[in-house]
Design a protein. Structure first.
Length: 535
């Protein structure tokens, strides 16, 4: 237990508190990086989640008229959403953290068993996932208590079981990641095969969740939620145990949920820990002998820098999926919107959907986070980058160019495809392309500027940069907020009688203006921030 706690503390320190290396001034000792920024950000995320949950709770309470059956289904569905997101986000990181860990040799040189090492790593992963579960589920429990006035047992079991919600999803993610790593290790292009498998898995999970929500009972919101809960619990029994324990106050169901969750955690730690050394050898990519040819002519500094960053993105499936998941979501949304009649044949609903498309695509585009970690991922090579005979502006512009090279074709094809499939007007078509492109550029610049200010070079795993860094969280949630708020305003303006074309033209002009402003800010501040970076 002592060894486990020491390793767990070291892993958390590497994730949260290690950061910029700065020289001590005038006898002042070095201090670890403050957690205040991340703590405030998660409080803000919790408040944002609470706003949406309060809206749904209000609708359910007004609809139920004293019948709390529909209300009771909402906390369980929020718990399921938390479990689903845990699986999606953890499946790519388990490979980096467990099966191809860069600190494998260092940890195995210590007199510590493999089970203790794996338990500390999984506990670290659990801590990161628990933060998101708390942000989603704590406001839900508070608002359910406000609207439903349940007994004391609800608060006791609900807030206790939150601590165990991520455990089973982590087991699923570890098993899926192990299978993908085993399959991919048999091929020459290991990382590309892994990326394809992760993409198929993500699309499959999103398709299943969308299918379940679309096949539930139509009618009142409460009936739809209850139907969704019945559909989910039919194939995922732990959610039924959670629901029975919190709603009926059954200690037996609570003990079953806690016991199975802890058993899953112990099973992962024991099995992976026992064969940890063999996993490291089996899942490592096979060495491939390559023939290198000298280039006949140089491709230019900008292209060379873009190729370098692109190869680094493709070198890790976890980094690739985390940074570019927004593009995959955008393609998924485009396919769903193109083949599904979400408006139900109503002309007014079709106009509203035409207004929603540009902002939903913009939200997905703003979640492409390659620039948010591009500085930190330089790691130990950053002093070499800084010593190259290239200007800081060229270096920074190469990252923005790669970002837009990845985003622009996907956004353009999806925007045009959905517009043609839905028969939208020319203004709608242009908006479906221009607004997401502007959001992609603006979010790329913002992510790069934040990473120039909040960089992290002393990482031992890409997980530290990709999953739990302030630039990534700010860029992700900032993009979501800055797309959902204008979307709400646009819908309100259309509902007030403003022409759809006029509303879209206004927001296109606003998005272009913000994108131009971001470019000016990057040119004004980027070089100065780059030169201030110390390694």
């Amino acid at each position: 237990m002592r060894q486990f706690l020491m390793l767990y503390k070291a892993q958390l320190s590497a994730m949260f508190w290690s950061g910029n290396k700065k020289t001590a001034k005038k006898g002042k000792s070095l201090r670890p990086r403050s957690m205040a920024g991340q703590a405030l950000l998660w409080v803000f995320v919790m408040a944002l989640m609470g706003v949406y949950e309060f809206i749904f709770m209000s609708l359910l309470a007004a609809e139920s008229q004293g019948d709390t059956a529909a209300l009771a289904s909402f906390p369980a569905l929020v718990a399921f959403a938390s479990m689903l997101l845990t699986v999606i986000t953890t499946v790519s990181y388990a490979k980096t953290l467990l099966y191809e860990a860069k600190d494998y040799e260092l940890l195995f040189s210590l007199p510590i068993s493999g089970g203790v090492i794996v338990a500390a790593k999984i506990a670290t992963l659990y801590t990161l996932d628990l933060i998101f579960s708390l942000a989603m589920m704590l406001p839900c429990g508070v608002f359910y208590g406000l609207f439903a006035a349940p007994s004391v047992t609800f608060y006791l079991f609900y807030f206790l079981l939150i601590l165990f919600v991520p455990l089973i999803p982590i087991l699923v993610a570890c098993v899926v990641s192990a299978l993908f790593s085993l399959i991919a290790s048999r091929f020459r292009r290991t990382q590309m095969i892994t990326i394809v498998l992760y993409a198929i898995f993500l699309c499959g999970v999103m398709s299943i969740s969308f299918t379940m929500s679309s096949t539930t009972e139509e009618g009142l919101i409460g009936e739809m939620f209850m139907g969704a809960l019945a559909s989910v619990t039919a194939w995922y029994p732990p959610l039924a145990w959670f629901y029975e324990a919190t709603v009926s106050g059954s200690a037996l169901w609570a003990l079953l949920f806690v016991g199975v969750s802890l058993a899953c955690f112990a099973l992962v730690a024991l099995v992976i820990g026992k064969f940890y050394g063999r996993f490291q050898e089996i899942f490592r990519p096979r060495a491939v002998r390559r023939k290198y040819k000298a280039a006949e002519k140089s491709s230019g500094v900008m292209v060379a820098l873009m190729k370098k960053d692109w190869k680094r993105l493709c070198s890790s499936a976890g980094i690739f999926m985390n940074q570019l998941v927004g593009l995959l979501m955008l393609v998924f949304f485009a396919v769903i919107f193109g083949v599904t009649d979400l408006a139900g044949g109503e002309e007014e609903a079709a106009e509203i959907m035409g207004v929603l498309f540009p902002f939903i695509f913009a939200m997905a585009a703003s979640m492409v986070m390659d620039t948010s970690t591009s500085i930190s991922l330089e790691g130990k090579t950053f002093p070499l980058i800084k010593s190259l005979p290239i200007s800081p502006k060229t270096y920074l512009n190469s990252k923005i160019m790669l970002h837009m090279t990845l985003c622009a074709p996907v956004i353009t094809l999806c925007g045009i495809g959905v517009s043609i499939a839905k028969g939208l007007s020319v203004v709608n078509l242009i908006a479906c392309v221009v607004i997401p492109l502007c959001y992609a550029y603006s979010s790329g610049v913002i992510g790069l500027l934040i990473n120039l200010k909040k960089y992290k070079f002393d990482w031992t795993s890409e997980l530290m940069v990709a999953k739990n860094s302030l630039p990534v969280m700010l860029a992700t949630f900032g993009g979501m907020i800055l797309s959902l708020v204008p979307m709400g305003i646009a819908i309100a303006l259309c509902g007030s009688g403003f022409p759809v074309s006029a509303v879209l033209i206004f927001f296109m002009a606003l998005a272009v203006t913000v994108a131009v402003l971001m470019g000016v800010i990057l040119n004004a501040l980027g070089e100065n921030l780059f030169m201030k970076i110390e390694y």
